[in-house]
Design a protein around this ligand. Structure first.
Ligand code: IYR
Length: 227
């Protein structure tokens, strides 16, 4: 039986984290770092099938992220229907074409040159799954009244971070695709008024012999300051 007590009338349960010795803690942190260092955004995703159970596990991991007042203000739309993927690709490419041709600044386009991205998004149809993350800007109560959420962008961003780490941990690849504007996703996926598209994450196995841009991560001294 799970150990429980109440604090000011509210139920609490004993925290059951993982317990490591100092040596194990060091080894675990090193191993996870080594593993995460190999994570890359991969655009060449193969059509090799991924079991649905895997996707469910990944999304459940994402939903274990902390959120403002534990509101869990997110919906993960899991798309595997080829017809829906095709609609999403067509709509996304239309927006992306406009962006690359007219909407993005010269500086922005120059910054993206090393990544060699363009308006073509074949991965939106080829990947076995697309996960489209929606943020809940508010909730609708039983009576239809609006109920607040808190730190929605931070919360949904954290959930997406957990999702990307879980995808990598499973030996799969993904990328964070942000077609802009994204409101076509609300329509295609028939989401309610309180939900807004946040991120589109295709998931699958990497194509064999895939190359990714030779870019580097900032050094520890650049990203961290010890006080
Ligand atoms: N959303 C576009 C453009 C793009 C923007 C950034 I910032 C990137 O890091 C990569 C791409 C696209 O997906 O191509």
């Amino acid at each position: 039986m799970q150990e429980e007590k109440t604090i000011n009338g509210y139920p609490f349960i004993r925290y059951q984290g993982i317990e490591f010795t100092e040596t194990e803690t060091t080894r675990q942190s090193e191993e996870f770092f080594r593993q995460m260092q190999t994570r890359r955004s991969v655009r060449d995703i193969s059509d090799r099938p991924v079991p649905y159970q895997v996707i469910e596990n990944l999304v459940k991991t994402a939903s274990s992220a902390p959120s403002g007042a534990n509101k869990q203000p997110w919906t993960f739309c899991i798309v595997r229907d080829p017809a829906v993927k095709k609609s999403i690709r067509e709509a996304a490419e239309k927006e992306e074409y406009e962006s690359y041709q007219h909407r993005m600044s010269e500086e922005w386009l120059a910054d993206l040159k090393p990544l060699q991205t363009d308006w073509n998004k074949p991965f939106l149809e080829k990947a076995p799954y697309l996960i489209i993350v929606f943020k809940h800007v508010y909730e609708k109560g039983e009576d239809g009244a609006k109920k607040n959420n808190y730190y929605v962008n931070e919360s949904v961003g954290l959930a997406c971070g957990f999702l990307l780490a879980a995808i990598h941990n499973a030996g799969l690849v993904s990328l964070t695709h942000t077609p802009s504007p994204m409101n076509f996703l609300t329509k295609i996926l028939n989401r309610p008024e309180n939900e807004r598209p946040f991120l589109l994450i295709p998931v699958g196995y990497a194509e064999k012999d895939t190359f990714v841009p030779k870019i580097s991560r900032k050094s520890f001294d650049e990203i961290a300051k010890l006080y």
